[in-house]
Design a protein around this ligand. Sequence first.
Ligand code: NAD
Length: 508
Amino acid sequence: MAEAKATASTALQGVSATQVLKMFIDGQWVESASGETRNVINPANGEVIAVTTEGTVEDVRKAVAAAKRAFYEDGWMETPASERARLLFEVANKLEQRAEEFAYRETIDNGKPLRETEFDVADTVACFRYYAGIATKPHGQTYEVADPMQAMVVREPIGVVGQIIPWNYPLLMSAWKLAPALAAGNTVIFKPSEVTPVNAIKLFEIFEEVGFPKGVVNLVLGAGATVGNEIATNFDIDKVAFTGGTATGRSIMQAATGNLKKISLELGGKSPNIVFADADFEAAVDYALFGIFCNQGQVCSAGSRLLLEESIYDKFIERLVERAKQIKVGPGTAEDTEMGPLVSEAHMEKVLSYIQIGKEEDGATLVCGGNRITEGELGKGFFVEPTIFVDTTPNMRIVQEEIFGPVLVVQKFKDEADAIYLANDTVYGLAGAVFTQDGAKAQRVIRKLRAGITWINAYHPTYNEAPWGGYKQSGIGRELGTFGFEEYTEVKQININLQVEPTGWFKN
Ligand code: NAD
């Protein structure tokens, strides 16, 4: 039985530690001239699951040349929207047929439990379908301007687009970037995180299969400091779209100034989850857990700061801790696992160092977790217990800085004004939620939150149809929805003279 399961897993893996995975540049699968490779690690046990070729600046330049030629010379910029839609629908269909394999591979690459990766794959399919549909919908506008002129506005692709993503949703983030860019008619140079590249590589196999013309979609693998920086810097890239840490976003913004490329940045957060005393108690506890411990807390929009009204503070924490202690931590491939390992050893060390800072910070009290799990099989992986600090205050580093792991900090508030003040007391502005049964209060609070993604009596649900992005240092621009499509277009006004005759401005 165990053997049969192992065979099934090997088939689902689709990668091996002996075969070097290549990049896709100008319609060809290529190894980097660097000759270097990188191991991809399963964070649940530290084993090598795949090996990738390590791209260089030169590889980015080759991909850019191909993307430029495909856009301007080979005619991709004139490809009918219906054809772009057809290709994207095909991608969605093929991905759906291979959903089980993609979910399994995402789990062994990133660590998150299968129930999450199954959901991520379904969401990825939906994202490709959504943007396939958007491609053919009306996008222009017409204006009544001064007679006899008629003005109209058309949306056109920006051109060559560079895209860089992180490791926390390797497949889904690929779709959030690639689907709208291709639907809008751009050509793309795409870089996944070097930590979790395998499903992006497999996705590009599907792009090849459905028949995207040469040079339209290019995949370059490698490090941020080399490949990523070249994407941000290259003068022939017209736009760079980035998701990742705020510090990296800042350096990308600076690198992009050379040719003033357009930028969109989806960055970090330290999002508040506000619970008033009149909230549905069990629902609020449940969402507080989901808000921080889903995907091991490695979610940019995680509800990592829980703000509790003082009259329910003790009771809420007691129930929260009781439930957090029952979360089943284990390898993502095990059916009963509720929380997996962190993505890498280096990231685990970063999270543990923040927990140490929390333990040392004056006033903060650790009431749950706080350790790496070292016993048994889990000791081989990068597992950290669900961790909760209470009695935290705004001056603490664990309250101000993004930890990006399963670490919740809890703050107490007195009233509505206090809750809003504490919620906004951060350089970030990505997400936030409020729990209360008072509808008017919920609206008042949510409207005062300086954040781009918000919920009332919920935390985390995200939809392809609605815009995603942050205020303040959480980013620039929006992904998803029609906003996400528009980020990949230029706007052109066309003025049409309906009565063609000399102006008479100059006498002779
Ligand atoms: P990261 O910034 O270290 O890396 C993200 C990507 O950027 C990777 O592909 C990396 O190789 C590349 N990169 C690194 N340095 C670069 C440079 N100098 N120039 C160009 N590219 C470079 O982030 P991470 O650790 O992979 O991901 C975690 C971060 O991502 C968190 O801060 C999280 O909040 C953020 N994130 C934000 C969103 C959002 O939608 N706002 C979504 C997911 C993750």
